[in-house]
Design a protein around this ligand. Structure first.
Ligand code: EPZ
Length: 421
């Protein structure tokens, strides 16, 4: 296992590019199960989670080859298996979105439930209800969701909450169902929209992706396509937070500016300056940071995947901030580690009170989940002395070469093997 050692105190300056979106890539790769024809996906980030998705698809019989540094060629012609094993699904919850494609392709599926993770119970009831609405028989046995359907039929599906994964699973089942499916209270995330774009390129008929109502006309078959994955808005937000917390001046090339409204508003409220120009986003901060109120919400609200990073920033604000996490029930694990660095955070249920102006001091800390890892790195970038972030495999799940990227804009950090682990 690796750890990252950070020497704090250097403002980040320069320009940086973004990798492809992890959360768009994962469902897009699973869509290869929906056709026997080849797919070419470009701008695929080199991540642990992408490797896990490739391993899962290989066990299902999809042929997957890297044909470039960030380019994958997939062919589901020989995808004969309909079972997604526990060993793979438990390591990456996003694997669960193979349920819809397997059911659409084979008329049956046996997918391990993902189980909980550090940030919450992560149930799949909305996925199961949606698949049932399309006419499948669905049951939970021995930790596996077992589903089968002679023929999926279009239906109206209401999601109790706009679940990203459930929207994606239902969409990938519905594209080959008989008749029209309407998903109401659908997730609006850009990653859902990117999946819809790729499915449409494969011949699916989808309208309304990006709104709360997605209409799908089922088609008999889907064909091959080429697709370029959107940039990662959460990586962009994480880098914006890095420039803000270090008092730097960073230009992010090819930033998905139109997907970052809530993030820009909140960073400006906290004291950053943000300028969008020709597709690039410049973030700088020289004035003292102000405290803010922050609530995570489904898109287009402030993303839960940037809550941990913002908490690190707000430890430096002159005053008390209030963060409310409305999406996951246990997404303050990073706060416990920030406390070890001298942050002053009090948590009460879904709310964290962050008393700012903390002089953070470097310490050995432990990453607990993907976005918590980034939060600890941001804290290390401003802490006095040296911070060691262990279990950095969490970070590698969702950030491509992030230590090299941060070094290139002035961060003093290095990745070393963690002999203690
Ligand atoms: C996606 O997870 C993302 N992952 C998450 O990013 C992100 O935090 C989340 O959406 C919310 O934006 C991928 O896209 C691979 P949800 P997902 O279903 O689909 C509850 C990261 O750091 N729920 O929208 O699993 C659930 O418990 C990761 O990149 C049910 O109750 O999230 C949660 O409280 C972390 N029943 C809420 O809905 C269900 O059947 C939102 O979950 C499904 C979800």
């Amino acid at each position: 296992m690796d750890k990252i050692i950070i020497h704090g105190g250097t403002p980040l300056r320069g320009s940086i590019g973004l990798s492809g979106s992890k959360n768009a890539t994962l469902p897009i790769l699973m869509a290869s199960l929906l056709t026997a024809e080849p797919l070419v996906i470009s701008n695929v980030p080199r991540l642990r989670d992408v490797n896990t998705a490739i391993d899962l698809l290989a066990t299902l019989g999809v042929d997957v080859q890297w044909s470039g540094e960030h380019r994958l060629e997939l062919c589901g012609a020989n995808a004969a298996s309909w079972e997604a094993p526990y060993e793979l699904v438990k390591t990456m919850r996003a694997s669960f979105v193979v349920l819809g494609p397997l059911l659409a392709r084979h008329g049956r599926a046996r997918v391990s439930t993902p189980g909980g993770c550090a940030i919450g119970a992560r149930p799949v009831n909305l996925h199961m209800a949606g698949i049932r609405a399309l006419g499948a028989k669905v049951q939970l046995r021995h930790g596996y969701v077992e589903a089968h359907a002679e023929r999926l039929r279009g239906a109206r599906v209401w999601l109790d909450n706009p679940s990203v994964g459930a929207t994606e699973n239902i969409m990938m089942a519905a594209v080959r169902a008989q008749g029209q499916t309407v998903i109401e209270n659908a997730a609006r995330e850009p990653e859902v929209q990117d999946l819809a774009r790729m499915l449409t390129a494969m011949g699916a008929q989808i309208a309304g992706a990006g709104t709360h109502v997605i209409e799908i006309e089922g088609v008999q078959r889907l064909h091959g396509a080429e697709h370029h994955v959107i940039a990662d808005r959460i990586e962009a937000g994480s880098l914006m937070a890095a420039a803000t917390i270090t008092g730097g001046d960073l230009t992010i090339e090819n930033a998905p500016v139109d997907q970052l409204d809530a993030v820009m508003v909140k960073l400006v409220e906290a004291g950053a300056e943000v300028h969008a120009h020709n597709g690039a986003l410049r973030v700088c901060r020289s004035a003292p940071l102000h405290p803010i109120e922050l609530r995570t919400l489904p898109y287009p609200g402030f993303p839960t995947d940037l809550q941990a990073q913002m908490m690190a920033v707000l430890t430096q604000a002159h005053g008390t901030s209030v963060i409310t996490e409305t999406i996951f029930e246990n997404r303050f694990m990073h706060a416990l580690e920030l406390l070890r660095m001298g942050a002053d955070v009090v948590m009460k249920g879904p709310t964290a009170i962050v008393r700012g102006s903390s002089r953070l001091s470097g310490a050995p800390v432990m990453a607990t989940d993907l976005r918590a890892s980034m939060s600890l790195i941001l804290a290390g970038l401003v802490a006095e002395n040296t911070t060691e972030v262990s279990r950095i495999y969490h970070l590698d799940r969702g950030y491509e070469d992030i230590d090299a990227k941060l070094r290139a804009i002035g961060a003093r950090l290095e990745r070393v093997p963690d002999k203690g682990e």
